[in-house]
Design a protein around this ligand. Structure first.
Ligand code: XMP
Length: 514
């Protein structure tokens, strides 16, 4: 599948994924690679353009991440952002040094509108700056195209060579006309036509899967989450008859969730994917008996999941392909794309490939960001309710029950959570909040109900706003919504007599309770 491609070269900046997303939002496919990637490899990918990201270093210091001069001599347009702009200047013979005045935050920049990069951009425009160093002298051949009172070369370019350096960050939303600048780079400078469209992607992927699989047998672990659902439906459309989807109900799902997944993907639903539901609830509860330590619970749930799946897979026999719902941020975060450190140690179906007898893995969503996976899901006709589902951890309610898990506690947290979700949806907040749920604390306290003393559990409500789930802030939920939810929970959920709201951000807390 040949398509136009822009390559982002990552120098360790915070916004590398954001740069790629903004380019894709312009309708052009974009991938991130480490600055250590061989230049021949980059050339072989035939990118329409290259973007160098920001980074925490000073480009003139020994050992700082660098790039070869050849990168600028391949005839491929290059846009350097912040560190990338300084590096371009440094490598091509200009001078970068510590700025007399450090710029941080929203700064008004004056741009030269005759530059292709700033075409249709206001002459004075607010941009996001974050730098200690600056370009003191541009490289030979370059002309200055933007400045601020403290930064004489906020942008510079060598139009004939299609080399562009900008000190600020167009990928950050605080740069008011940043999208326009990236759009200009991609279309006016690189000459892209914009062939990254979700309907094409879905159609092409289905065709490519069909070719790859031929008459082979395919196995998929379906969790009911967005990624695995979209992957499964894509496979179903490509090779439905050859596909088997195994859904393990570990008894730690949200209220009615197992049935909801079955309704959509089971024999009465619209898809042809040989759905097998394994009701393994009791097995998981047995294994979790008496276990209190969070990491141990995670391990038990993960291992038991593999055991159950393995047993089902054995019944099917050897398969040719195993489907995984890996998405692009997983690829980048596991160190394969850019420069970021390995962040995730928990995966929903981690370890499966080691236990299933198969020849090859199929990862149809490997190139997509989460919002693109959702768009692909809608394109495939998956119900919105499922497509916009909030993230749910693999170990499920097992890590939302503090301490030992029992079937009774699972019921309590399921009921409380269902009420909370219902009230949040009624208040129209469900699409605004990043993640929200009820957890069962391990605390019992004294209450009074109908003149009787009670000694029951406390439920904690959590709601956070977050972009990347690595940091988060507690959401400010209107008091009447919290009050109504709390009232309903103590009235409707047996053995709960207290409801607390978690006001902590991440850090120092985490989103989940365990
Ligand atoms: P924390 O609690 O680490 O959560 O702030 C960040 C995001 O990751 C999810 N999460 C998990 N997902 N297995 C998963 O598949 C896990 O063990 C796990 N622990 C946390 C959490 O729901 C949130 O979205």
């Amino acid at each position: 599948m040949s398509r136009e491609k822009i390559i982002v070269i990552d120098f360790g900046g915070q916004y590398n994924q954001l740069v790629a997303r903004r380019v894709r939002e312009c309708g052009v496919y974009c991938e991130i690679y480490s600055y250590k990637t061989d230049i021949e490899q980059i050339k072989a990918m035939e990118p329409m353009g290259i973007i160098l990201t920001g980074g925490p270093n000073s480009c003139y210091e020994e050992g700082a991440p660098s790039c070869s001069r050849k990168l600028f001599e391949m005839g491929i347009p290059v846009l350097g952002l912040c560190y990338g702009a300084q590096l371009m200047t440094h490598v091509l013979g200009g001078r970068v040094c510590k700025a007399p005045v450090r710029e941080y935050g929203k700064i008004e920049v004056t741009v030269d509108q005759s530059s292709k990069l700033f075409s249709n951009v206001s002459e004075k425009t607010i941009c996001w700056m974050s730098h200690n160093d600056y370009i003191e002298q541009t490289a030979p051949g370059f002309r200055i195209t933007a400045h601020t009172p403290d930064c004489p070369a906020a942008a510079a370019e060598w139009e004939e060579q299609r080399l562009y350096a900008i000190q600020f960050h167009p990928e950050v939303l605080h740069t008011q006309e940043g999208s326009k600048m990236l759009h200009n780079f991609v279309y006016q400078v690189c000459g892209c036509s914009g062939d990254w469209r979700m309907d094409f992607f879905v159609e092409n992927s289905i065709r490519a899967i069909r070719e790859k699989v031929g008459t082979g047998k395919v196995l998929c672990a379906l969790s009911g989450g967005v990624d695995s659902s979209v992957a499964a439906v894509m496979l179903a459309k490509a090779v439905g008859d050859q596909l088997t989807c195994v859904f393990v109900d570990h008894g730690l799902l949200r209220k009615n969730e197992g049935d909801e997944v079955e309704e959509v993907f089971g024999p009465n639903g619209p898809y042809n994917l040989h759905f097998i539901r394994v009701n393994a609830q009791q097995r998981f509860y047995e294994k979790l008996k008496g276990v209190e330590e969070p990491e141990q619970k995670r391990k038990i749930i993960g291992e038991e999941f593999i055991r159950v799946f393995e047993e089902e897979a054995k019944k099917i026999g050897a398969v040719d392909f195993l489907v995984q719902g890996t998405i692009y941020p997983d690829v980048v975060e596991s160190g394969l794309g850019g420069e970021s450190a390995v962040i995730k140690s928990h995966h929903n179906v981690g370890g499966l490939p080691d236990y299933v007898d198969f020849k090859e893995i199929i990862e149809p969503l490997r190139d997509l960001f989460k919002d693109e996976v959702r768009r692909a899901g809608l394109e495939l006709g998956i119900p919105e309710k499922l497509v916009y589902r909030q993230p749910f951890p693999g170990p499920g309610l097992g890590i939302r029950i503090v301490g030992e898990v029992t079937p009774e506690k699972v019921r309590m947290v399921q009921d409380a959570d269902a009420i909370y979700r219902e009230e949040i949806a009624k208040a129209g907040l469900d699409k605004q909040i990043g993640q929200y749920f009820a957890a069962l604390t391990n605390m019992r306290s004294v209450g009074v109900m109908g003149d009787e003393r009670t000694y029951d559990y406390a439920v904690a409500l959590r709601a956070v706003n977050t972009i990347d789930f690595m940091t988060a802030e507690a959401a400010e939920i209107p008091w009447e919504v919290l009050g109504r939810t709390a009232n309903r929970i103590v009235n409707e959920v047996k053995h709960v007599n207290r409801v607390l709201y978690d006001c902590t951000g991440k850090p120092p807390a985490t989103i989940e309770f365990e």
